[in-house]
Design a protein around this ligand. Structure first.
Ligand code: F6P
Length: 358
């Protein structure tokens, strides 16, 4: 009997169920009834505190199109993994002990960057682990694409599309704030797809003068409205020059709920144009996975199952140049895939006339 534990950790995304289904279907095809799948509940929390539900073949039926995760998720920050919990429990030892108690052959862990660091820690501690790259942020090193990203691009683009008509009617400046604290992939793709005039990313600190200049240019050209796609983590050049400590102190005194409101107020004051802010927020992680995500989730899931069948552990299954490839976990953990300001996509976007505020 093969025993495999499934675990989804960190912020959810649309294609988690589709990916687990891909793993499970391939395992059932190979092992028939000789495989037991432990659905570890609410991410690493379930592994620490021993909460699971045995999943059966029927649990994976009808979930290809279902967003969220059938086994729940939670955030368990990697930086506190080595700290005992409030009752003095050693979390890493507890996870290892449950892994042994349940007689697992391996863990299939679906998650983002923090999740991968803990998965690598479990690997170092002797657990068999195969991971899958989940996040709407597309910031996992070692894979060209994460599942969830394209579904979120669709939603964020749709938000910009909807704003277009009302912005045009009223002749206003609109800011659509897109998810992504550390990286701007989602904002970049949704911004280009939605025809944003200005895109502000964490990787390219902006100068408000350049933003105002771009808006004034549009006004002079007779354009009655403008749209900005602004990442949650967009940062001004001034703030980017501060130390972490200085920035933290400055942000404590910041009266704005998020960066878009600050940029919005500055634009309104400087240009006299009416500004409105839209924050699609967690809608970007919700709803059903896009067809593209369903395809890559099924492929990545099937490939993860093949690794388990061959007992090749310690890998993340990634996508490179359209091919599914195993990437050693120790190479993935702790690295972030960011937007390179010098990359061709940025140059092409600039060629289209999009302003990045730099
Ligand atoms: O990591 C995915 C992500 O959606 C980020 O883009 C976003 O900033 C964050 O999660 C929001 O996290 P939470 O759901 O904990 O508010």
């Amino acid at each position: 009997m093969k025993r495999v534990g499934f675990l989804t950790s960190g912020g959810d995304c649309q294609s988690l169920n589709a990916t687990m289904r891909g793993v499970a279907k391939t395992l059932y095809q190979t092992y028939g009834g000789d495989v037991e799948i432990y659905g570890i509940l609410e991410g690493y929390k379930g592994l620490i505190y021993g909460n699971y539900r045995l999943l059966e073949s029927r649990d994976f039926s009808g979930i290809l199109t279902e967003g969220g995760t059938i086994i729940g998720t939670s955030r368990q920050p990697f930086k506190y993994m080595r700290d005992p919990d409030e009752n003095g429990l050693d979390k890493v030892e507890a996870m290892k002990s449950n892994y042994k108690k349940w007689n697992l052959d391996c863990l299939v862990i679906l998650g983002g960057n923090g999740t991968h660091k803990t998965a690598n820690l479990l690997r170092e501690e002797g657990c068999n682990v195969v991971t899958l790259p989940k996040t709407i942020d597309n910031d996992i090193w070692g894979t060209d694409m994460t599942f969830g990203f394209q579904s979120a691009v669709n939603i964020a683009t749709n938000a910009i599309d909807c704003i277009h008509t009302t912005a045009a009617s009223h002749g206003r400046v609109f800011i659509v704030e897109v998810m992504g604290h550390k990286v701007g992939w989602l904002t970049l793709h949704a911004g280009i797809a939605g025809g944003a005039d200005i895109i502000l990313l964490p990787e390219i600190p902006y100068d408000i003068d350049s933003v105002v200049e771009a808006l004034d240019k549009r006004t002079k050209e007779g354009k009655r409205f403008s749209i900005l796609a602004v990442a949650e983590g967009a940062i001004s050049k001034e703030d980017a020059a501060l130390s972490k400590k200085e920035l933290k102190q400055k942000r404590k005194k910041n009266p704005f709920p998020s960066i878009s409101y600050q940029v919005g107020q500055e634009i309104q004051e400087r240009t006299g144009q009416e500004v409105r802010i839209t924050v699609p927020g967690h809608t970007q992680r919700g709803g059903e996975p896009s067809p593209y995500d369903r395809v890559i989730s099924s492929r990545l899931g099937a490939a993860a199952a093949r690794l388990i069948i061959k007992e090749q552990y310690g890998y993340m299954v990634g996508l490179r140049d359209g091919e599914v490839v195993p990437v050693p976990l120790e190479e993935v953990a702790g690295k972030l895939k960011v937007v390179d300001p010098k990359s061709t996509i940025i140059q092409e976007a600039k060629g289209l006339g999009i302003c990045f505020g730099d």
